[in-house]
Design a protein around this ligand. Sequence first.
Ligand code: NAD
Length: 372
Amino acid sequence: MIIGVPREIKESETRVALTPTGVSTLIRNGHTVLVEKNAGLLSGFTDRQYRDSGATILPQVVKIWKMAHMIVKVKEPLPSEFKHFRPGLILMTYLHLAGVPVVARALCQRQMTAIGYETVERADGEHPLLSPMSAVAGRMATQIGAQLLHRGIYGGKGLLLGGVSTTRRGTATVIGGGVVGVNAAEVAVGLGAETVLIEANPERARRLRERFMDKALVLEAGTDNVATWVKKSDLVVGAVLVSADKAPKVVTKRMVQSMEAGSVVIDVAIDQGGCMEPARPTTHRKPTYLKYGVLHYCVPNMPALTPQTSTEALTTATFPYIMNIAMHGLEGAMQQDVTLGRGLQCKGGKIVHPVIARLFRSLAAPGLLQAA
Ligand SMILES: NC(=O)c1ccc[n+]([C@@H]2O[C@H](COP(=O)([O-])OP(=O)(O)OC[C@H]3O[C@@H](n4cnc5c(N)ncnc54)[C@H](O)[C@@H]3O)[C@@H](O)[C@H]2O)c1
């Protein structure tokens, strides 16, 4: 199989979908790998390392899209990449189509075969290709939130999240107790903040109580709990996920308005449309905005801030799936592995993932109705 690795072009994206080690394993097994010039540079991999591993380095990305049987990427394609789409070409990347219907439309119109890392799902509901980036984003959310609370250049209320022995400590509330939530809460606990974790699934909430013991207060989700704790919090992290679906708006405009001026909200679920009513996507170049006196941080590709960690964590998880497809073809690989099969989102001009298809039907998204 010919596998193509374009350079990521989303604003400030620094990750790359395949490392030189991955390339050499594919080459040893008889495949061809085309890597765009400088694709790995920001993750610490030079063209020379890729070439030494057996990849062909191409300066023209158009050739990579044209020659490859499968394109592996990190983030969803941008409109300038849609022209490269063609029927049957396999694309493997984060798609988060619920947040970007325009990408869904382009994939369907050009009959691409697209696998979204975020819906590759085990029988127990775990997402093995989402969780490494969720772990990074969760830890980062509290670190960034703590920084934004500083007054200086950030304009926060001027609070040290963990406080010191003679002051009150800050309160951090994390909504959604999955991978992002647990990692965000662990950092909050580590920094010394009063930490609250609100989770919708009662069984998961029970396990979180066992895990955090007296270090964090774990509550079951309910509007009252969320409203009470958002109001009391200096930092709120939104970390909910309903797999493949648009994020539910668990934090309303009123709740944000009830927060003290200079507090901070971080909507990590912004990639699925955001779980806070006043949230809109921001970029690494301009990551925050002030609304109702509260600083909002809503960057959909947070792990791009730490490419050394993120590329390694991502590719460790994705590579076995890429290898399986290269060795057995997509159909063969999906037959062997239903976890991978759940990642298939578009094929033959249709949205084939049931949750995404239902979502677009309910939104009556123009151009997607017949596709869905
Ligand atoms: N912004 C970024 O850079 C970035 C990076 C990684 C992940 N993410 C996103 O973060 C979100 C969370 O990812 P995850 O891996 O932690 O998912 P996860 O499935 O591990 O956890 C989500 C949790 O939210 C809970 N939940 C669902 N609805 C809820 C509600 N109404 N109230 C409280 N809890 C609720 C679920 O029960 C689950 O435990 C996803 O949208 C993911 O795509 C964003």
